[in-house]
Design a binder for this molecule. Structure first.
Ligand code: DP6
Length: 333
């Protein structure tokens, strides 16, 4: 059969995810193999939609993100995925890639997880390939490590594996399993100081990196069990322990990376104060200043109102557990 006949314009949507156990430090930076497993929840209200078309009518690959043509390193990372898929599918056509985030580009929310998982599904299908979930997770991972986790529904664990073929994500529980909320509290709109890719390589220069790795076995097991048993307090305590561990590594890397700002600390203190009042929510923080406040659905409105009032807060985005990467009918071009 002529493979080229099957190629067709394809659109995919994919959620960002929040890591409860973090990917921080790469064992193999070329193909994004992590030092440890990570655990996450997909986010309902932070997603990327991407349309891909391979065609003879295109003379070169072109990539548009939120209305602007991507250049340099940003474009190269996308073209790398196009090349991998072209090679596998035996295609030579150039491609057009158009991508839109449904959350504000200036919110400092990591979009590489949603972006590369949407790209992986749209590109592979546009080239006429039907990947299994495992293969899709692996292809997404090659674009950005955390994207490996966005492909499954709900709660996910990325198994570090031993090589590129064994490092992929499995589902821990479906979205309906636990009615948690992630209130993303945006306290900075500017681009973050150090990209997560820079942070990953700096991590290994911290004298505490080994300690983090030795603690993780217990923490991963504890958090996975707390999640599966829905033990919110235990879950929250391990969540915060893990977030602090990542930032301790970042702050003790050489040179150090300080991701937090005044607003970050303000939110943490507010959560401690609210706990005194009996309102329980816990924080986690990725490679930036914004805080993800994890709470039970029944507390989310009350918490959101209180957090939005803080002087350092620009806005919040309330997320439910979401389905993973999927196809969409409406194309972007
Ligand atoms: C702090 O997946 O963005 O969000 O593989 O270099 O693209 P690359 O890194 P990326 O790292 C995410 C780091 C993190 C923690 C996490 O999501 O696990």
């Amino acid at each position: 059969m002529n493979k080229e006949k099957k190629i067709t314009k394809t659109t995919a949507v994919s959620p960002a995810n929040i890591a409860f156990i973090k990917y921080w430090g790469k064992k193999d930076a070329k193909v994004n193999i992590p030092f440890n497993n990570s655990i996450s929840m997909n986010l309902s209200d932070c997603s990327t939609k991407t349309t891909v078309e391979f065609s003879r009518k295109y003379r070169s690959d072109k990539v548009f993100i939120d209305g602007n043509e991507a250049q340099g390193e940003k474009k190269e990372r996308v073209v790398e995925i196009l090349n991998i898929v072209r090679k596998k599918a035996g295609l030579s056509q150039k491609a057009r890639v158009v991508s839109e985030n449904n959350f504000p580009a200036d919110a400092g929310i990591a979009s590489s997880a949603s972006a590369f998982s949407a790209l992986a599904l749209a590109t592979s299908r546009a080239a006429g390939m039907e990947l299994s979930l495992k293969e899709l997770s692996i292809l997404s991972r090659l674009g950005s490590g955390s994207a490996a986790r966005s492909v499954v529904d709900g709660f996910a664990e990325w198994k570090k594996g031993k090589n590129s073929q064994t490092s992929y994500t499995v589902q821990l529980a479906p979205p309906s399993y636990w009615d948690l909320r992630d209130i993303v509290v945006v306290v900075a709109k500017e681009k973050k100081k150090a990209s997560s890719t820079e942070g990953h390589s700096a991590a290994l220069t911290s004298p505490h990196y080994k300690t983090r790795q030795s603690e993780l076995k217990r923490r991963i097991k504890g958090l996975r069990n707390a999640l599966l048993e829905k033990q919110f307090k235990k879950f929250g305590e391990l969540l915060e322990e893990e977030a602090i561990s990542l930032h301790m590594i970042a702050m003790t890397s050489k040179p150090p990376i300080y991701y937090w700002n005044k607003g970050t600390v303000e939110v943490i203190h507010k959560l401690l104060e609210l706990r005194e009042e009996g309102l329980f929510a816990y924080f986690t923080i990725d490679a930036g200043p914004n805080v993800h406040v994890i709470c039970r659905a029944c507390d989310s409105n009350k918490l959101n109102k209180r957090l939005k009032k803080l002087p350092g807060v620009f806005f919040t985005i309330v997320n439910k557990p979401s389905t993973g990467t999927r196809l969409a009918e409406k194309h972007l071009f």
